[in-house]
Design a protein. Structure first.
Length: 245
C-alpha cells in the first residue's frame, strides 16, 4: 500500500473511533452524572521506520492515541425527590458491586425492599465506614450538605464522598460508574451534597453536533484521498504495462 492510501486509511480508522466515542456522548446527553469522553490525536511511527536509511522519509500515520474523560461538573436540575442527590464540587459517591467498590456522580438513588439506599440499578451506597445505609422507608429523609443522613432529627449515617489524586486513573465501567486503584482514594472534604437535585450530563448536544459534522467532513475528505491514491496506483500500473508491451 502506498503512503497516501496508508495515511488516509489510518485517518479514516481514527475518525471511526472518534465517531463511536461521540455517538456514546450523544446517547448519554440526558443521563445524570454522565462524563463525556474526548480523544487525543497523535502520529504513529513504527519502530522499524526509525532505522530507515538516510535520505528516506519514514511514514507516520494519524491515530487516536487514547481517550480521556472530561470530569467537568454538569449543571443541577431540581427534582424535589429527597433521594436524588448531586455533588457540588469534585468527587464521587461510593457503591458496592459484585466486582468491588465503584464510583459514580449519578445520584438518582432509591430505597431497596429492605430499606438500603442504593443506585437505580441496585448497587448499595456506602457510608464513610464502607457500610450500607439502612433507612426507614416510612419516615422522611433529610440529607445535609455534609452528607449526614437524618430521620426524625436523629443522625443515621453519613454518605461517603471520595475523590482521587489522579482522576485519569479512573476507568469507566458502563456509562455511570468508574473503578480505580484505591491507593489514591481520599475524602472529598470541600464537596457539598445537594438534596433533591441531580447533576446533568456534561455532554453538550450542540457541541457534539458541531463535532459530528466536522468529523464527517474529515471522513469524506479521507475517503477521497483513498480514491485518488487508488486511481494513481491503477494509472501507474497501466503506464508500466504500456512501456513493457
Amino acid at each position: 500500500m502506498d503512503s497516501l492510501t496508508s495515511a488516509a486509511a489510518s485517518g479514516i480508522r481514527a475518525r471511526m473511533e472518534s465517531l463511536d466515542m461521540l455517538a456514546n456522548n450523544i446517547a448519554n446527553a440526558s443521563a445524570p452524572g454522565f462524563k463525556a469522553d474526548r480523544e487525543f490525536y497523535n502520529l504513529y511511527q513504527a519502530a522499524e521506520a526509525a532505522d530507515s536509511p538516510d535520505g528516506t522519509n519514514p511514514m507516520v500515520l494519524p491515530v487516536v492515541e487514547r481517550q480521556w474523560t472530561d470530569f467537568a461538573q454538569g449543571s443541577f436540575t431540581v427534582t424535589g425527590n429527597p433521594l436524588d442527590l448531586a455533588l457540588d464540587g469534585k468527587g464521587f459517591f461510593v457503591a458496592s458491586s459484585p466486582t468491588g467498590r465503584i464510583f459514580t456522580r449519578d445520584g438518582s438513588f432509591r430505597l431497596s425492599p429492605t430499606g438500603q439506599l442504593e443506585t437505580s440499578d441496585g448497587n448499595a451506597i456506602q457510608d464513610q465506614d464502607g457500610n450500607p445505609i439502612a433507612l426507614d422507608s416510612a419516615k422522611p429523609v433529610e440529607i445535609g450538605s455534609d452528607g449526614i443522613v437524618r430521620q426524625d432529627g436523629q443522625d443515621i449515617s453519613r454518605i461517603a464522598v471520595v475523590d482521587f489524586a489522579d482522576p485519569s486513573a479512573l476507568v469507566k465501567r458502563g456509562n455511570a460508574y468508574f473503578q480505580a486503584d484505591l491507593s489514591t482514594l481520599a475524602p472529598a472534604l470541600e464537596t457539598g451534597v445537594q438534596q433533591g437535585k441531580l447533576e446533568t450530563s456534561n455532554s453538550q448536544p450542540a457541541e457534539s453536533a458541531v463535532r459530528l459534522v466536522n468529523i464527517m467532513r474529515q471522513f469524506e475528505g479521507l475517503q477521497k484521498a483513498v480514491a485518488i491514491g487508488d486511481a494513481m496506483n491503477r494509472q501507474a500500473v497501466e503506464q508500466v504495462a504500456k512501456v513493457t508491451s
